[in-house]
Design a protein around this ligand. Structure first.
Ligand code: ADP
Length: 447
């Protein structure tokens, strides 16, 4: 609507009406023109006062927080108030939406497993997510606006920031996580920098373990290979008597056996690591497993030990028979190898009060000093290297047992005393063991 025309007309009408009324009243006093002029002026003043009051109402609303609705007037002031209010509301909504998007964006960066740090052109911290705060040992509130190199003082990081060449990542020991951090700096905007950090402690540890493992395997294979190579050379170059030849061949056979056992154990480990967990619905008879273990133990011991296998007639395990037989075989094999002639070896199945169960192998052998116990299941860890090798050990037996236990949701528990003997328990959780229907139940004993 064209308010200029409408307002001008309305003002004219009010002034003319005022003048008319003034003229009538003035005529009664004999001064109609003066009366018309005074009343026209009064009408104009009233109109101006009314207009000012409406304008003031809008101004008051604008000066305030604008939380309530704008003054709802009719006419020119009404439309002005409505349009101003609509403009403000649209701006508020746009700001609200931007804030919401910013919040979501920051939440997404917060959820990142990597640390994110934003630096201004003076390398002062603008913002960081909690992972970055943890990685760099920062306080998100207190350290804001601080120069990053004053707070992260690792020499490699400081040098990297000073060099200003950010093509490659920098790796250093983190003050926060007490591990290794890999940090990538990316310049953006007007001299700003995005700093991304990643905790690579585990990766480094795994790399170190892999390197050690390869070095250990190479070492384990090189020794028998060297012996074999020596004997092959002897056979090829020296004329040997029949007795000597047989002796050489026996040693060569022993070395090939050693390599075969080692490769067998390595393959078992690789298979354990690379295959899915054993099924939870394939139930195996424990008495079968115990019998097969007993047969192997008798062959290994060759009558040198008293062997007692007991329990498990009423039990079943959900899992893999090859894996469990391998674990039990390794435990019994160790018991035979580390128990002098005349000793006793017990293989027992024990139910526990909480419904779980354990396969317990006890011997009266050489035992193990306390300080070795936590490391026994590490690959290639041996208490007595020469004894282990002499008796055909690879140093991998207990790590295979530990893997099998873990894959069945269980654990391996070791107790030992030097000179008295050892007890190895392969503990299986209640979810993996059950009593076989129709068999008299064995009582639970502390295991
Ligand atoms: P190995 O092939 O050397 O026996 P294992 O991983 O089976 O490797 O065992 C690791 C080490 O634990 C062995 O070298 C040995 O010193 C010690 N050990 C294992 N079982 C027994 C046991 N029953 N009695 C004494 N020591 C044992």
């Amino acid at each position: 609507m064209n308010w200029t025309l409408a307002r001008s007309l309305a003002a004219a009408v009010v002034v003319v009406l005022g003048a008319g009324v003034g003229a009538i009243v003035g005529r009664a006093f004999g001064a109609p023109i003066a009366g018309a002029m005074v009343c026209a002026a009064l009408a104009s003043a009233a109109l101006a006062a009314w207009d000012t009051a409406r304008g003031q109402a809008l101004l008051d609303w604008l000066r305030g927080p604008q939380t309530g609705p704008a003054p709802r007037e009719a006419g020119w002031w009404g439309e002005l108030a409505y349009r101003v209010e609509r403009g403000l509301r649209a701006r508020d909504n746009a700001i609200g939406e931007e804030k919401h998007r910013l919040r979501e964006f920051l939440q997404a960066i917060e959820a990142s497993p990597n640390g994110v740090l934003l630096l201004d052109p003076g390398d002062q911290i603008e913002w960081c997510n909690s992972t970055a705060a943890e990685h760099f040992g920062l306080d998100r509130e207190r350290d804001c606006r601080q120069r990053v190199t004053n707070l992260v003082r690792a020499p490699a990081f400081v040098a990297h920031m000073q060099r200003g060449k950010f093509d490659e990542a920098v790796v250093f020991t983190s003050p926060g996580v007490r591990g290794t951090l890999m940090v990538l700096v990316r310049p953006y905007g007007d001299g700003m920098k995005l700093v991304l950090s990643q905790d690579i402690t585990e990766r480094e540890r795994a790399d170190a373990m892999r390197r050690d493992f390869v070095a250990n395997v190479s070492h384990e294979i090189r020794t028998p290979l060297t012996v074999l190579a020596g004997f092959v050379e002897t056979l090829a170059q020296l004329p040997l008597t029949e007795v000597e030849r047989r002796r050489v061949l026996t040693v060569m056979m022993q070395q090939t056996d050693r390599m075969q056992t080692l490769v067998g154990d390595l393959l078992t480990l690789a298979q354990l690591e690379g295959s899915p967990r054993p099924p939870v619905d394939r139930w195996l008879s424990v008495s079968d497993l115990m019998q097969r273990t007993q047969t192997d133990a008798i062959a290994l011991s060759a009558g040198r030990h008293t062997l007692v296998v007991s329990g498990g007639d009423d039990a079943e395990i959900a899992g893999s028979d090859t894996e469990l037989l391998s674990a039990m075989g390794n435990l019994v094999n160790n018991a035979v190898r580390y128990t002098p002639e005349g000793g006793r070896i017990d293989v027992q199945w024990r139910w526990r009060d909480d419904g779980s169960a354990a396969i317990v192998v006890t011997d009266t052998g050489v035992g193990i000093a306390r300080e070795h116990l936590p490391r026994l299941t590490e690959r290639f860890y041996r208490v007595d290297g020469s004894r282990s090798r002499e008796t055909g050990g690879t140093g991998l037996g207990l790590s295979i047992v530990k893997h099998v236990a873990q894959r069945h949701g269980g654990e391996i528990d070791i107790a030992s005393e030097p000179g008295k003997g050892s007890t190895f328990k392969l503990v299986l959780p209640a979810s993996r063991v059950r009593r076989r229907a129709g068999v008299v139940a064995e009582p639970a004993v502390p295991a």
